[in-house]
Design a protein around this ligand. Structure first.
Ligand SMILES: NC(=O)c1ccc[n+]([C@@H]2O[C@H](COP(=O)([O-])OP(=O)(O)OC[C@H]3O[C@@H](n4cnc5c(N)ncnc54)[C@H](OP(=O)(O)O)[C@@H]3O)[C@@H](O)[C@H]2O)c1
Length: 317
């Protein structure tokens, strides 16, 4: 049977590709963003799905609670009060360092990246419990690793990961699964939407490709494929509360070895307005910290395995 899907932030980038992959798979999709009405002019394929009655458009500003509530209320009229999958994708960032982040920018980041997911998740609980449906949140690798000049963004995404795990635990009893996809840098208009120049955005993506273990940045297709996998009850029906990281950036020492670079040559993410040297030192420091964390994680997981082996071998058990 056809599933009903809501995708937020679906006018561009990852959200648009997620919506298209669901539509091509035969699902019915409600696409939402502030300016979603512009989409039929921008995308021929979507137009065909709208004409066929499979795609519905719903404008909403999700940075307010009222906008989130309105999306569910109006959206459910188009979807006949049935919801199977909620993809919380809308998000943004301000490429400014902590010292220059204004309270308004901090609030705006939290309102869209985090609060909207809380409001939509809460509002969708009865519908998803009815359908035994699922939620996929589009988080970021920034949830796990501080990126220079992106503190508010990384904090919001770290909170999204915990919201994902907490809601997965709370909603499991209702048969609702909740997971997140945590991509590295993906080729989308997000940097330009954040006010970076086209050249600045391109430089940012090129540098990100260099420190990526697979030596390329992601595509919206990569993220959409992972999203559809997590939303598929046949493939991922026993997966909940996971934060699926795509192409995790490697610890500093391995990165140096694989890339063939010396540490002081590493070109970090270059944000306009930030002196390169400052960013470089900070990025290197954060990689070294991550490297230490990985050693600790490995130690802890070996310790757990050893503990489990002892428990199994114990004659008293
Ligand atoms: N691109 C990356 O490198 C990357 C990496 C990791 C995670 N992500 C995450 O992936 C998600 C999608 O990002 P993207 O890269 O595809 O960026 P994008 O192309 O800029 O998409 C963002 C979408 O959000 C919508 N939006 C912005 N403000 C909104 C608001 N107040 N209310 C409702 N919708 C709003 C935009 O449409 P309108 O302008 O029409 O509202 C747009 O469709 C985000 O959560 C982002 O954090 C991206």
């Amino acid at each position: 049977m056809t599933r009903n899907v809501i995708v937020t932030g679906a006018r561009t980038g990852i959200g648009l590709e997620v919506a298209l992959q669901f539509l091509r798979a035969g699902e019915t999709v409600l696409l939402s963003s502030r300016f979603i009405d512009q989409l039929p002019k921008e995308n021929e394929e979507i137009k065909k799905f709208i004409d066929g009655g499979h795609a519905h458009l719903q404008s909403a500003d999700l940075s307010t609670m009222e906008g989130c509530q309105q999306l569910l209320k109006d959206g459910m009229k188009s979807l006949h009060n049935k919801l199977d999958v909620l993809v919380n994708n809308a998000g943004k960032f301000f490429p400014v360092g902590l010292a220059k982040t204004t309270p308004e920018q901090w609030r705006e980041t939290m309102a869209l990246n985090l609060d909207a997911i809380f409001h939509l998740t809460q509002g969708a609980i009865p519908l998803l419990a009815e359908s035994k449906g699922c939620i996929v949140n589009i988080s970021s690798i920034g949830a796990h690793r501080p990126d220079p000049g992106m503190t508010s963004y990384c904090v919001s995404k770290a909170a999204v990961d915990m919201l994902t795990r907490s809601s997965a635990q709370e909603l499991a009893g209702k048969g609702v699964r909740v997971n997140s996809v945590n991509p590295g840098v993906v080729k989308t208009p997000i940097a330009e939407a954040a006010g970076m120049s086209r050249e600045g955005a391109q430089q940012f993506q090129e540098n990100a490709a260099k420190i990526n273990p697979l030596h390329r940045i992601g595509t919206p297709h990569d993220v959409a494929a992972a999203t559809l996998f997590l939303a598929d009850p046949d493939k991922a029906g026993w997966i909940t509360g996971t934060n699926l990281v795509e192409a995790r950036t490697w610890p500093f020492e391995e990165l140096k070895e694989w890339s063939g670079w010396a540490g002081d040559e590493i070109q970090p993410f270059l944000f306009e307005g930030l002196p390169a040297k400052t960013v470089q030192r900070r990025e290197v420091a954060s990689m070294q910290q991550r490297s230490q964390e990985c050693v600790m994680e490995e130690f802890q997981s070996r310790h757990k395995l050893a503990a489990a082996a002892c428990w199994q071998a114990s004659p008293a058990r």
